[in-house]
Structure formats: C-alpha cells, structure tokens
Ligand binder design. Structure first.
Ligand SMILES: C[S@@+](CC[C@H](N)C(=O)[O-])C[C@H]1O[C@@H](n2cnc3c(N)ncnc32)[C@H](O)[C@@H]1O
Length: 321
C-alpha cells in the first residue's frame, strides 16, 4: 500500500511532506506534545535563554502602563492570547486586572490541548473568579472564527517569540489574519526578540545543559512513538545557526551518517545522506525599524514599545487602524 492510499492524520501528512521536500524540514508545531511542553518550560529556565526572563521583566515592571490604554475603555473587554503556553508571563497581567476588579474574559488559544488543560487548572486554583474560555485551535484558525467576538473591545496577546517562529513571508500572512481577526480600535501586544550580539542569540539555542537539543530530538522520539518511525536518536545532532543579516536563528537536526528511516504509518522509507540537515525551527529577530514596517504593512499603528533594561526584547502595542 502506498502512503497515498493510507488514511493519514495531519501529523503523518506533514511529516510526509516535510521529509519528501528538499531540503528536508519538519513543522515546529509538532514540538509541543506533553513532553515537548515540559521541555520548553525547562528551556525557559536555562541561563542562556534570556527571552522569557526579559519579557517577564517588561511585564513585571510595566504592566500598568501597558494596560492603561485598554483600561481607558472603561467597559468589559476580551483578553485573547495566541499560543498561551503555560501562561507564566500572562499571569502578571491577569493578576493585576483581577486585583483591580476589571471586567474581562480571558481566551487562551493554543493547539496543544494538554497545555490548555494545565493552564485552565492552574488559573482555577490561582484566580478562581477569572472567567476563562480556552480555545484549542491554531492562530489563523482562531482569528478567522473569532469565537470571542461579542461587541466588546479586544486586546490580543501574541507574546514570547511566537511571531518570530515564522519566516517573514509567513509572518505577513499571520499578521494579515490578525487584521481579519480584529476590529478598528482593538489592540495587540506583540513580543519581539530584538537583534543583538549574535553570540548571545546563538547561545540561547545551544544551552550547555542540552535541553534545547533534547527539545529538538523529542520531535524524532514523537515520530517513533506516534507514527511507528525507527529514528536512531543518537544518530542526529542538534545544530542551531544565526544569520545576523536576516535575523533568522534556525535549528536543524543533522543526520550523522547515511541512513534510512522507515515510518510505519506512511509505509515508507526516507533516505538521509551523511550530514543532511532537517530544518526544524526558526526564531526570527527584529530591529525596531523592521517592527515599524511590519505594523504599517499589516494595517496597525504602533502605540508604544516596551523594552527591558538591556533592549534585548520588546513588547510592542499595536492598534488596529
Ligand atoms: C514557545 S511557546 C510560548 C508560550 C508563551 N506565549 C510564552 O511566551 O511563554 C508557544 C506556544 O504556542 C503554541 N503554538 C505554537 N504554534 C501555534 C499555532 N500555529 N497555533 C496555536 N498555537 C501554537 C504552542 O503549543 C506553545 O504552547
């Protein structure tokens, strides 16, 4: 039976597409199974991984200023979050709003069901009065459906490196969806990792403890488990690279020898040359002038940019024109 005749799930289909392409690639969204979620939480604690700490600092020190605009509406609003993850940083904003007695509903969106279950449970314990409606969907799917639309103004959070996980052209497409998913006057708080010393950036994706490596290798482990693949995990190497010209930090898994890998659910073997890379993830870095251009072309105006003390990271508030 050929792969064409099999009833393939999305994961298998995406793997087939990615491993048949040249150069080979795998979509980064499949990093986040239950183990991947846990590994990402460990990455955020690594000393080299400055992104979470820096954004935490911004939200901790500047949350009142960031939320002042939306509170000026003086009426209930929707707080939507794209790719909410464990909500660690978002909880700074949520706690502040709850303490102020502001009327709002929180809509965390994530395509990882397991991450949403954990988030809902931790919010129920920490902020029992908070109204939470979790949505298991993709960024684009949820922005097209707008399940939160109820006539109230909306603030969309798109924090962390989430928009940076797309190459520029795809980021344009996601931001076009953001425009479709918002109304004039709605606001969006977007996290951007800023261009900086290339070594600092590279180190963030190559921590000494090897957690980022584990996170990448886990993708192969997931294929072994869910698709019946026989990847030899010791024969692939994690290899990040950073290009300061386009700001793209790219992760690869490099096959350490010529080898064939059989994937049962595709009923197909894939041939790897010695040192052939599989592209797994992009994390694009932006300059402030690039962020300005991005907002303009996407139909938003920049209200204010909030950076950390070292200008490593910025949360930028956009208003839908
Ligand atoms: C890198 S984590 C960041 C989480 C959190 N926003 C933060 O800044 O710490 C990305 C989260 O977005 C989710 N995610 C990634 N791509 C997505 C997509 N296309 N649609 C919906 N969720 C996505 C993942 O499941 C994961 O929980």
């Amino acid at each position: 039976m050929s792969a064409k005749n099999l009833d393939l799930g999305n994961f298998a289909q995406d793997v087939l597409l990615g491993l048949s392409a040249e150069p080979k690639s795998l979509p980064s969204k499949y990093f986040y199974d239950a183990k991947g979620d846990k590994l990402f939480q460990q990455i955020m604690d690594m000393p080299e991984y400055y992104l979470t700490r820096k954004e935490f600092e911004i939200l901790e020190n500047q949350h009142a200023k960031i939320l002042a605009n939306i509170l000026d509406f003086n009426r209930p609003f929707n707080l939507v979050e794209l790719g909410a993850g464990d909500g660690l940083k978002t909880k700074i904003l949520l706690r502040y709003l709850v303490e102020k007695g502001v009327s709002f509903e929180y809509f965390p969106i994530d395509f990882s069901g397991s991450v949403l279950v954990e988030l809902k449970e931790s919010l129920r314990q920490e902020m029992p009065d908070l109204k939470v409606s979790a949505i298991e969907d993709t960024y684009r799917g949820s922005l097209l459906k707008r399940q939160w639309a109820n006539g109230n103004p909306t603030l969309i959070l798109f924090l962390g490196g989430n928009i940076g996980n797309f190459p520029l052209e795809e980021a344009h497409d996601v931001l076009d969806h953001l425009r479709l998913g918002t109304e004039r006057g709605d606001e969006v708080l977007l996290g951007f990792d800023l261009k900086k010393n290339p070594q600092t950036i590279l180190d963030a994706y190559h921590d000494h403890a090897g957690i980022t490596k584990e996170f990448n290798i886990n993708l192969l482990r997931r294929m072994n488990r869910e698709l019946g693949a026989n990847f030899d995990l010791d024969q692939f190497m994690h290899w990040p690279s950073y290009n300061p010209v386009d700001g793209e930090c790219r992760s690869h898994l490099v096959s350490m020898k010529a080898q064939n890998v059989f994937i049962e659910s595709l009923n197909q073997s894939f041939k790897f040359d010695a040192f052939e890379p599989i592209f797994t993830e992009i994390s694009k870095k932006y300059s402030i002038s690039e962020i300005k251009k991005l907002a303009k072309r996407s139909g938003f105006k920049i209200k204010e940019a909030f950076a950390d003390s070292e200008d490593y990271f910025a949360d930028v508030l956009w208003e839908r024109k």
